[in-house]
Design a protein. Structure first.
Length: 230
C-alpha cells in the first residue's frame, strides 16, 4: 500500500501510539514533508515517503546518554563506560529504507513498526558499524551459544565408547579353592583332578581286528584206524 504526503502525519500518530511510552509527534519539527517523533529522553524517530510513496525512508537520532551511577564501584563504572561506547552518539543518525509494496498489501504503519523494531530501535543502544550490521543480533547469538555450551551433557563413557579390553589368556585365570558347604572334608589338592600316570612298561601291540568274511580254520581229527594204527 502506498503512503501519500497527506497521510504521513496520520501514520505518524498511529506509530507513536504503537510505540507506547512517552513517544509523541515533535511539535517543533520543521514542515519538511517528514514525520518526526520524539521521546522525553531525547531519542528521535523520523520517516518520509519516497519514490512516489512506494517506499518509506526511516531514520533515528541518538540522544544524550544517562549520567553515570552515583557511588559506582569500579566494576559498575567499567560496565557503564562500555555501554556508552557502543551507543549511538548524540545527534548521530542511522537510517533504513523499507518498501511498502508487499504481497499481503500491509498497512504502512505495520511495515514501519516492523522495520523500527527489527532494524532501528535496537541501534540506539548498539550502533551498527556498517550498512546491514546488526550487533544486537550478534550479541543474542553469542549469548545463546554460551547457554547451549553450559547445558551440554557430560561426555558419555558407556562401554560402547571404550576400547575393547585385551583378552585374558586361560592360564592367567586363578581358580577358586573354596569348597561348597556340602563337600566332603579333604585337602584342595585331593579334590583337583590329577593327570594319569604315564606307563613306562612295554606292551604288546594290539591285534588287528578279524575280518568279517574270514573263517576260523577247523582242526582235523587224528585217524585212529587204518594201517598205521595198532
Amino acid at each position: 500500500m502506498l503512503i501519500t504526503d497527506a497521510a504521513v502525519r496520520e501514520t505518524a500518530a498511529a506509530v507513536a501510539q504503537s510505540l507506547g511510552g512517552d513517544w509523541k509527534i515533535d511539535p517543533e519539527a520543521p514542515a519538511d514533508g517528514a514525520a518526526h517523533l520524539m521521546s522525553t529522553d531525547g531519542k528521535g524517530i523520523s520517516f518520509r515517503p519516497i519514490f512516489g510513496g512506494t517506499t518509506v525512508q526511516l531514520w533515528i537520532t541518538g540522544n544524550t546518554p544517562p549520567p553515570p551511577p552515583t557511588d559506582a564501584t569500579p566494576t559498575e563504572q567499567s560496565a557503564y563506560e562500555a555501554q556508552i561506547s557502543v551507543r549511538l552518539s548524540p545527534g548521530h543518525r542511522y537510517n533504513k529504507a523499507a518498501t511498502l509494496v508487499t504481497e499481503n498489501d500491509e498497512e504502512p504503519e505495520t511495515i514501519i513498526m516492523r522495520t523500527l523494531e527489527d532494524d532501528l530501535i535496537p541501534a540506539f543502544e548498539y550502533k551498527p558499524g556498517y550498512v546491514g550490521h546488526r550487533p544486537w543480533a550478534d550479541l543474542f547469538d553469542n549469548a545463546l551459544s554460551e547457554v547451549m555450551d553450559e547445558t551440554k551433557p557430560a561426555t558419555d563413557t558407556t562401554p560402547r565408547d571404550r576400547a575393547p579390553e585385551p583378552h585374558t589368556a586361560p592360564d592367567n585365570i586363578v581358580e577358586s579353592t573354596e569348597r561348597p558347604a556340602d563337600a566332603e572334608p579333604g585337602s584342595a589338592a585331593e579334590q583337583q583332578p590329577q593327570p594319569a600316570a604315564t606307563e613306562d612298561t612295554p606292551h604288546e601291540p594290539a591285534k588287528p581286528p578279524a575280518r568279517a568274511n574270514s573263517r576260523t580254520p577247523r582242526k582235523r581229527p587224528r585217524r585212529t584206524s587204518g594201517k598205521g594204527a595198532k
